[in-house]
Design a protein around this ligand. Structure first.
Ligand code: MG
Length: 379
């Protein structure tokens, strides 16, 4: 049997490292043929020595020179989208808007895209949509909630049977706390996620519920369901990863212990399932599953995202960019946690949305979101 060739964009990050683990769990089925990082030279050098990929992409020039010197005989590239070339399936684990070229190139090349980079789909939905019709192109979500919905939808014969999507949210580290109480929280507290171990950007987004808001837009893009039919429920145990309610009142849910290797393996194996289990449930110790409504007063980012999703066009791109800028400022100690939602809200109020036609329109909307957010943070 020929092995499926895997490329990993963002191989030094949390998704990238776990993708390597999953591929190595079934070495007779998967072969890692390309790795891409921004600047993490030492990590990618070690990964390449172990995995022997044909191609390593490093976008930062200084880091690229280091990697080239350490890996004689390996093809080295500066262009992130090149990672797609040698692969059958590409896992896009790049952080933020920077992942867009990988999303576009994978679909354009008619390959399977395992998408963990939600920002590219949220920002460039109208540009990415037509590429999903390229013959051979398949988009399999690696975000755990969307992977769950993707699995639930396999039980349905028609989109007309879908009543609503219910995305679960852990609630993050600040669930149950008030806005006043949260005004002065530190970076370390926002990064202490109760159920998931993830990169810093998505962990901060999880603490503000912006992550869930972005996921609502992502679900709308992926599954073509109206925003009014996508709901969010807080489920602190992170065992039910999301649900689909059908028109007859039935709800189908996907359950597993929180472990990103499961959605990664789902994308690597698609349309088959991998044979190594991750996140198996021990029902004798699981205990209880709780659900509650999200606190939309304290965690205002959730409704800011719904509003941008309803506006559509370039609004999600600008929202996501303004949020990235605010989160970067928070992580750098330049912005209080309690101001993140306000920065995004003010940036959105000063922005005039339009309908993006080209990639340049999306890039402009992204740049505008960053500029407006920086302006608000600066004062
Ligand atoms: Mg998620």
């Amino acid at each position: 049997m020929t092995r499926r060739r895997v490329a990993i964009a963002g191989s030094s990050g949390s998704i990238g490292r776990q993708t390597i683990e999953v591929a190595l769990a079934e070495p007779d089925r998967y072969e890692v043929v390309a790795l891409a990082v921004a600047s993490s030279s030492s990590v990618v050098i070690a990964q390449a020595r172990a995995l022997r990929p044909a191609l390593v992409v490093v976008t930062d020039p200084a880091a690229r020179a280091e990697v080239a010197a350490a890996l004689p005989g390996v093809e080295i590239s500066a262009n992130l989208a090149d990672v797609v070339g040698p692969a059958d399936v590409v896992i896009n684990g790049v952080v933020g808007f920077a992942g867009l070229p990988v999303t576009m190139e994978t679909l354009r090349a008619g390959k399977t895209l395992g998408l963990a980079n939600k920002e590219s789909l949220i920002a460039a939905g109208p540009i990415v949509r037509p590429l999903r019709h390229v013959p051979g192109a398949v988009l399999v979500p690696v975000d755990s909630e969307h992977c769950a919905i993707h699995q639930c939808l396999r039980s349905s014969r028609s989109a007309a049977e879908v009543g609503r999507l219910v995305l679960t949210a852990s609630g993050g580290p600040f669930r149950g706390r008030s806005a006043a109480d949260l005004a002065t929280v530190r970076v370390g507290e926002a990064l202490a996620h109760p159920t998931w171990s993830m990169g810093p950007k998505v962990t901060v987004d999880s603490s503000t519920l912006m992550n869930k808001g972005l996921e609502v837009i992502e679900a709308h893009e992926l599954f073509g369901v109206d925003l009014e039919s996508i709901e969010v429920v807080v489920h602190p145990q992170s065992v039910v990863h999301s649900m689909v309610e059908f028109t007859d009142g039935s709800t189908i849910a996907q359950l597993s212990m929180p472990d990103m290797r499961l959605p990664i393996g789902y994308a690597l194996g698609w349309p088959d399932r991998i044979s190594v289990p991750f996140g198996r449930i021990d029902w004798t110790t699981l205990g209880r599953l709780d659900f509650e409504a999200p606190d939309r007063t304290t965690f205002r980012c959730l409704d800011l995202a719904y509003a941008a999703g309803r506006t559509g066009g370039t609004a999600p791109a600008t929202l996501s960019a303004a949020n990235e800028t605010a989160v970067e400022a928070f992580l750098a100690g330049r912005l209080e946690w309690g101001r993140i939602a306000g920065v995004v809200e003010t940036a959105m109020s000063r922005f005039a949305p339009s309908t993006p036609v080209t990639l340049d329109d999306v890039l402009a909307a992204d740049a505008e979101g960053r500029r407006l957010a920086s302006e608000v943070i600066g004062r």
